[in-house]
Design a protein around this ligand. Structure first.
Ligand code: ATP
Length: 234
């Protein structure tokens, strides 16, 4: 059985003179939750954008053992690599259900996956005809996650899913991630909420100024005093 679902080698993302991601290498094994932690501007979003090929990037990206470095974004999605972007980016003028259906535009069975998403997020079912713009922040985040799940991710990447949410909603969302892991979905989580992410992660990488400065078992990082002080704010 193939162990690594994602292998990144020397990924680089530049915006003109700004070197956002500097030759980083890391991997996600099948069935793992892996976190990338780091402060504002460390390069977390750019790393995910590079993996999805929505920004110019260099390096080698292997997904399910296949080199996808030169294939366009929609083909990456089609193969099961799916990103839930920062700030939810739901379509405000569309209904909840229309938003969800958009998630299956490239990949995924609409009927089967709608049922799956509504089972996971009953609140979305209750509000399925409402415009997404009328939902609370937490509900919009659930909708963004639900929309991604409509595409049957094999590797699900999430950019700051806890941003701006109350702790109780964050807990709800992180519990959903654990449920998805149990279903066999591999997860790459980018977060500023280091403690919460480490609690649900198997491993984590710390990104600083576009470089990985540490990679470790999540529980060890949680107990590392130096790391706690510098990155977890304790
Ligand atoms: P945040 O948590 O604030 O989103 P991040 O860790 O995700 O931070 P990135 O958004 O990847 O970091 O940004 C990394 C660096 O690249 C920062 O210095 C940022 O200012 C710069 N950057 C990001 N996007 C662009 C862009 N479109 N053009 C120019 N510079 C950019």
């Amino acid at each position: 059985m193939l162990k690594k679902i994602l292998e990144i080698n020397n990924l680089m993302v530049n915006y003109g003179q700004v070197k956002a991601v500097k030759n980083i290498s890391f991997e996600v094994n099948k069935g793992e939750i892996v976190s990338i932690l780091g402060s504002n501007g460390a390069g977390k979003t750019s790393t995910l954008f590079g993996i999805m090929n929505v920004v110019k990037n260099k390096g080698r990206i292997k997904f399910k053992g296949i080199n996808i470095s030169n294939i366009p974004t929609y083909k990456r999605v089609k193969s099961g690599l799916i990103l839930c972007p920062e700030n939810r980016r739901v379509f405000y003028e569309l209904s909840v259900e229309e938003n969800l259906k958009m998630g299956a535009f490239i990949r995924g069975n609409i009927k089967k996956n709608l049922k799956k998403v509504y089972d996971l997020f009953p609140k979305l079912y209750d509000r399925k005809k409402q415009n997404a713009g009328s939902l609370s922040g937490g509900e919009q985040q659930m909708l963004a996650i639900g929309r991604s799940l409509m595409g049957d991710p094999e590797l699900f990447m999430l950019d700051e899913p806890s941003l701006g949410l109350a702790p109780i909603i964050t807990d709800e969302i992180f519990n959903i991630l654990l449920k998805l892991k149990k279903e066999g979905i591999s997860i790459l989580l980018v977060e500023q909420n280091a403690i919460k992410s480490l609690e649900i992660s198997d491993r984590a990488y710390i990104l600083e100024n576009g470089k990985i400065i540490q990679s470790e078992n999540a529980k060890e990082l949680l107990n590392n005093k130096k790391i706690k002080k510098a990155y977890i704010g304790m």
